[in-house]
Design a protein around this ligand. Structure first.
Ligand SMILES: C[S@@+](CC[C@H](N)C(=O)[O-])C[C@H]1O[C@@H](n2cnc3c(N)ncnc32)[C@H](O)[C@@H]1O
Length: 241
């Protein structure tokens, strides 16, 4: 079979190649409250890649630093952050529909105006909807660890992914990761230390990790990890070039 250098080249030749994704779509049941929250809030808070490259000033009706979170789960900690930082715009991306519903229900209850959400693969959202040099911060909290060695290729933090993030962050913008899997933390540290254009913000010279900053609430998966006796590792890298 002919080999292709990229998905684009294969697509142009009419050949479909399955992508390695960082998630498996679970068809979790949507509760009535989640379905109602989606129906009621999607018109004001939902975003779609069909809208093309976003202009954040138009989306939020103001100019403000914009924070993007990938894989917000049920969205509780994202809504909490959004409510405590009204001076920032927040965009959350999640593929799990009940999570979208739960997040929108919480957002409605909290009365936040500065949050928008995508129900889509974050890799595609980044490529198609987020302008270069536009983000103040990108958050990736407790991404699926894919702990079996044969699944490591599904981990979202990889060399190419990190360079995509670099192009989307403004110079001086930060990429904040957290995980409760030591092996994934070490992988993140390896990838980020070798990545061009980033500088570690940690003052902890031996480990390179940072304490959880005040702006990051404890997340649902973090609590689950804590109950299992897991540690937590936060990494914050700044785009410098
Ligand atoms: C382990 S959960 C963590 C959720 C949340 N951040 C927390 O700490 O509670 C990881 C989440 O990332 C989502 N996810 C994984 N890959 C994704 C992708 N490419 N785009 C959007 N969401 C993704 C999954 O659906 C899942 O809800």
């Amino acid at each position: 079979m002919k080999s292709f250098k990229s998905q684009e080249e294969a697509r142009a030749a009419g050949v479909y190649i399955s992508k390695i994704r960082s998630f498996v779509k679970r068809e979790g049941r949507l509760t009535n409250a989640q379905a109602k929250a989606i129906e009621g809030n999607w018109p004001s808070k939902g975003l779609s890649i069909d809208q093309g490259m976003l202009n954040f000033d138009h989306v939020f009706g103001r100019t403000a630093p914009t924070v993007l979170e990938i894989g917000f789960g049920m969205g509780k900690s994202l809504v909490e952050m959004t409510a405590t930082a009204p001076q920032h715009n927040f965009i959350g991306i999640e593929v799990h529909r009940p999570g979208i519903g739960a997040c929108l229900a919480d957002a409605e209850e909290a009365g936040v105006e500065n949050l928008r959400v995508f129900e889509h693969d974050a890799v595609e959202v980044l490529a198609q909807s987020i302008a270069d040099d536009s983000l103040h911060r990108l958050q990736l909290y407790f991404p699926d660890p894919w702990h079996k060695t044969r699944h490591h290729k599904r981990r979202i933090v990889q060399r190419d992914f990190v360079q995509n993030i670099r192009t989307k962050l403004a110079i001086g913008g930060t990429f904040h990761m957290a995980t409760d899997w030591q092996h994934y933390a070490e992988h993140m540290m390896d990838v980020m230390t070798q990545a061009d254009g980033f500088e570690n913000t940690s003052s902890e010279e031996t480990t390179g990790y940072v304490p959880r900053p005040d702006y990051r609430p404890i997340t649902k998966f973090e609590v689950r990890g804590q109950k299992l006796g897991h540690g937590v590792w936060d990494l914050i890298f700044k785009r410098v070039s």
